[in-house]
Design a protein. Structure first.
Length: 382
C-alpha cells in the first residue's frame, strides 16, 4: 500500500495535546538536574522514554486515522488528563511518585490504542497491523505498573523491562504494512523537537527572572539563545525535509519500518539531548563566571552526543549516508571537555556553540546541506 496522496497537517487539537508535554519535559529536566550522576541520568532516561512512548502512541494514531469525529477529539482531550497527572509525578518518580507516572502512562496508552483500533474499522490491512502491535504492547504497561510499587533498583529494572517490551512491540508491529502520511508524521516530530527547544528557553528565562536587566545579562541571554538556535538549525535546516522525503518515497512495510526507526526510536535520543542541554544552559546562566562542575561537563558531553548522535543514526537509517561533520563535532566536544574544567562556564558554553556553528557552516560550504542522496534500499529494516 502506498502512502496517502492527500497529506494532512498537524491539527490545532494535536498541538493542544502537545502542551501537556511542555510541562512534562520541564519536569524531566528537574528530575535529572537534582542528581547529575549515572543513576540520575538513567532515571531521567527511563521517565522520558515513558513520556515519549505515550506521545508516540497518539502521533501514530493521529497519523493513521481521521481525528475529526467528535468522539475521537474527545478521547484526545480526555487523554490529556492522565498525561498531565503523569507529568506531575515525574520529578518525584523515584521518591514516591512512580505509581502516578505508571498509571498515567497506562491510561494514556489505553486511550491511544482504542483510537487506533476504532479508527481503522473497515480497513483489514491496517487492523492486522494494529493487532500485531497490540498482542505484545499490552505487556509493557502492566510491567511498568508493577514496578512502580517497588523501590529502586527493582523499580528501575522493571521499568527498563517494561519499556523493552514496548520497543519489542514496535519492532514486531513495524513489520506490517502501515499507511504512513509522511508530511504529517515529520511535522508532528518536528513540533515536539520545537517544544523541547522551547523548554530550554523557558528554563533560562526562569533562571534570570528575578535579576535586574543589565548589559552583561543581555549578553548571557543572547548566548543562550544562540546555543538553542544552533540546535534548531541543525535539525530544521535540511534534515527534517530530507527524512520526510525519504519516508514519502518508500511504501507499505518499508514505510512503517522507516517511520518506526527514524522517528519513534531515533528521535528519542535527540529529545533527551535537548533536555540535558537545557540543564547545562541553566547552570551556565546561573553561574557564568565560575567553572562548570564536572557533572555538568559530563551532562554537556551527553547532551551533544545524544542530540547529534540521534541525528547521525537517523540520517543513516533514512538515506544511508553519514553526517561526517556532525561526527567530528561530537568528537571535538568529547576531546575538549577534560581540558576546560578550570575555565569559566560562559566561555565553555560559547566554545561549544562555536563548534556547532562551524559544523553547520562546513555542511553548507561542502554542499552536504543541499545534497539529496539517492535512496537505494533505505527502507529496509528489521
Amino acid at each position: 500500500m502506498t502512502t496517502e496522496t492527500a497529506e494532512k497537517t498537524a491539527s490545532p487539537l494535536e498541538l493542544f495535546f502537545d502542551l501537556v508535554f511542555v510541562y512534562a519535559i520541564t519536569q524531566v529536566s528537574v528530575l535529572v538536574a537534582s542528581d547529575l550522576t549515572a543513576v540520575g541520568f538513567a532515571h531521567g532516561a527511563l521517565v522520558l522514554a515513558m513520556l515519549w512512548w505515550a506521545w508516540s502512541q497518539f502521533t501514530w494514531a493521529g497519523n493513521l486515522i481521521n481525528i475529526e469525529p467528535r468522539k475521537v477529539r474527545l478521547a484526545i482531550i480526555v487523554a490529556m488528563a492522565p498525561a498531565f497527572v503523569m507529568a506531575q509525578g515525574v520529578s518525584s518518580a523515584f521518591d514516591g511518585g512512580a505509581p502516578w507516572v505508571a498509571w498515567g502512562y497506562a491510561v494514556v496508552r489505553a486511550l491511544g490504542t482504542w483510537m487506533m483500533w476504532k479508527g481503522v474499522e473497515g480497513d483489514p490491512e491496517q487492523r492486522k497491523a494494529v493487532m500485531t502491535y497490540l498482542r505484545i504492547s499490552i505487556i509493557g504497561p502492566v510491567v511498568l505498573i508493577v514496578g512502580s510499587y517497588l523501590s529502586d533498583p527493582a523499580l528501575s529494572l522493571l521499568w527498563l523491562a517494561g519499556l523493552s517490551a514496548e520497543i519489542l512491540s514496535a519492532a514486531v508491529g513495524g513489520r506490517e504494512s502501515w499507511r504512513i502520511d509522511a508530511g504529517h508524521f515529520a511535522e508532528r516530530h518536528g513540533l515536539i523537537v520545537i517544544i523541547a527547544l522551547g523548554e530550554s528557553i523557558v528554563v533560562v528565562g526562569a533562571t534570570v527572572a528575578d535579576r535586574e536587566p543589565t548589559r552583561a545579562l543581555a549578553g548571557l541571554l543572547m548566548l543562550a539563545l544562540a546555543g538553542t538556535a544552533t540546535l534548531w538549525w541543525s535539525y530544521f535546516d535540511y534534515l527534517k525535509d530530507r527524512w520526510e522525503d525519504a519516508l514519502r518515497r518508500v511504501a507499505g512495510e518499508q514505510a512503517g519500518r522507516m517511520a518506526r526507526d527514524v522517528y519513534s526510536i531515533l528521535h528519542y535520543p535527540i529529545l533527551f539531548g535537548i533536555v540535558l542541554y537545557a540543564i547545562v544552559s541553566e547552570e551556565t546562566i546561573a553561574h557564568p563566571d565560575e567553572p562548570l562542575p564536572r557533572a555538568v561537563l559530563v551532562t554537556l558531553v551527553l547532551a551533544v552526543g545524544l542530540f547529534l548522535g540521534g541525528q547521525i543514526l537517523a540520517n543513516y537509517r533514512a538515506v544511508k549516508t553519514w553526517l561526517w561533520a556532525r561526527i567530528a563535532a561530537v568528537i571535538a566536544i568529547v576531546a575538549t571537555a577534560p581540558l576546560v574544567t578550570d575555565i569559566d562556564a560562559v566561555v565553555v558554553f560559547a566554545a561549544g556553540t562555536l563548534i556547532g556553528v562551524v559544523m553547520l557552516i562546513f555542511e553548507t560550504v561542502t554542499g552536504e546541506a543541499d545534497r539529496l542522496p539517492e535512496l537505494t534500499g533505505s527502507g529496509e529494516g528489521v
